[in-house]
Design a protein around this ligand. Structure first.
Ligand code: 5GP
Ligand code: ZN
Length: 136
């Protein structure tokens, strides 16, 4: 189902034009308007799901299979040296458009981009406490 006033619903379903790379019954893949690197693309489901939590399991699986195919295509055609898959859920995680999407970011040696975090240094006890919190 589409959601009124969702820009990615409109783009995915062709109501708003985009630089489209691929389309099938369930998905459209487009070039990002603010690319982190040449070929930065977005996989958009045609049905609205705000984020990964809302995405039906079957579509989640299909999206990852499509990500694999698009990663190979982008790598072959753009001759990139690697690729990042990024998928943000929630404002705290950097999500700005509330329609599930997967970023495919081709990477080039020395491109100067930063898709990184500052690593923490937890003790074994702290790691164990987190493990318990998740599993209990
Ligand atoms: P998020 O921060 O939600 O994970 O990523 C949203 C992405 O959508 C950003 O990389 C942004 O550049 C891209 N974006 C936002 N609006 C549009 C649009 O209208 N068209 C396209 N092609 N990309 C968009
Ligand atoms: Zn939507």
């Amino acid at each position: 189902m589409r959601k009124e006033d969702c820009i990615f619903c409109k783009i995915a379903n062709g109501e708003i034009p985009s630089k489209s790379l691929y389309e099938d019954e369930k998905f459209r893949v487009i070039l990002d308007l603010g690319p982190a690197a040449k070929g930065h693309s977005l996989i958009l489901p045609k049905d609205h799901a705000a984020n990964l939590y809302e995405l039906p399991e079957k579509l989640a699986g299909d999206a990852m299979i499509l990500a694999k195919k698009m990663a190979s295509l982008l790598t072959e055609k753009l001759n990139c040296d690697g690729i990042n898959l990024v998928q943000n859920n929630g404002e705290a995680a950097g999500q700005t458009v509330e329609h599930f999407h997967i970023h495919l970011i081709p990477r080039y040696k020395g491109d100067g981009q930063n898709i990184n975090w500052v690593p923490g240094k937890p003790s074994q006890e702290e790691l164990e406490a987190v493990r318990k919190q998740i599993l209990e």
